[in-house]
Design a protein around this ligand. Sequence first.
Ligand code: UD1
Ligand code: UDP
Length: 385
Amino acid sequence: MSSPALAVLLGTRPEAIKLSPVIRALAASGAPPLVFLTGQHDELLQPILRDLGIVPDENLEVMAPAQGLSSLSARVLEAVDELLGRHRLDAVIVQGDTTSALMAGLAAFYRGLRVVHVEAGLRTNVARNPFPEELNRRLLARLADVHFAPTEAARAHLLAEGVAPESVHVVGNTVVDALFDARDRVLPSLPPDEITGPLLARGRRLVLLTAHRRESFGEDLRAIGDGVRRIARTFAGEVEVAYPLHLNPNVAGPMRELLGAEPGIHLLPPLPYLPFLRLLLGSTLVITDSGGVQEEAAALGKPFLVVRRASERLEAVDAGVGELVGTDAARIAEAAGRLLRDEALYARRAVPSRVFGDGRAAERIASVLLRGASGGTAVPRPARP
Ligand code: UD1
Ligand code: UDP
């Protein structure tokens, strides 16, 4: 039996990072997938693709400034449907919980193709937090045929929702594969880069901040900024904050206004993947609302504070390396202060954790997907509607 005809559909920065090991593992197994961009992200994504060596087969270029969820969803659904009409495919691979992932999955479902969901089963069980991602991933669980869960907890969520156990595979999170590959194979041979080189050479302890979630826009985002400003002021001269700003105008505008003139806080452009990992590797503490950054920090043993009201990644909190602190400025500053002052506490928390994976998730995914090629049924041929 020949390999199934697979396409990877991706739209945003984290999808590119987390699907890059899958693309590579499938190619290494003799079944390179087609790679299609929805174009949900544009300038934010291009440097990431370059760092990861991903060359897309097509880009649907759907991005619009300050895009609304309904118009973005409609554009992705229509554009992916048209794309799928031009290619003979058996299955489409999507990742995570973005609008691109949900709408590409839905378009594939409507076309009668199999849907493979990578990073399935993450839940806060709060319908509007994160918004709209919690709903997106619940809907993807309804329409996917193969579910790659990063952890046992994720598998348990899927089974509790009635997903067939034989369609769920616990493989780890592919973000760890990408991270270890970049850290161990790619970064050691590269010279320092212009943005992070000078920052890392200053010799001060570095706090790395990322914050971009839709449900935090407005008050919560300002409170996160206020909390970080308190840290920079309390530890002035000892600690510096690096904040690569997301391009979303709801983030960049208010955060520039709040933190732009603050000594000790460096507002940076969004970074390509490899420079970002350099900052992460060189940081003492991470403050983030990002999913992927939490997973990377856990794998590296970088203590991190999650500045969100709910988390779908409590494994790292249970392991001790992460702490869910919410969006109250005083609480953020206090939690950071404890870690920056108390060496013993810091050492207890700064332990690399494998809760999100061991760096071999993509290999397992490729092996499951290509099992059909040797007579199994991992990706059964779709019935054409
Ligand atoms: C999206 C995902 C979120 C993910 C995040 C990763 C949805 C609903 N949200 O959020 O789950 O965590 O990506 O970063 O899918 N922009 C640019 N250039 C770019 C990218 C974005 O200017 O290359 C600006 C545009 O004004 C755009 C806005 O950012 O309209 C928002 O982008 P969008 O993809 O809708 O949402 P994100 O906040 O990036
Ligand atoms: N990242 C990056 N450059 C940056 C910030 C983040 O390359 O300036 C990477 C980071 O290594 C992680 C991913 O982007 O793998 C996280 O993406 P983001 O925070 O945008 O989305 P989320 O994971 O929250 O969906």
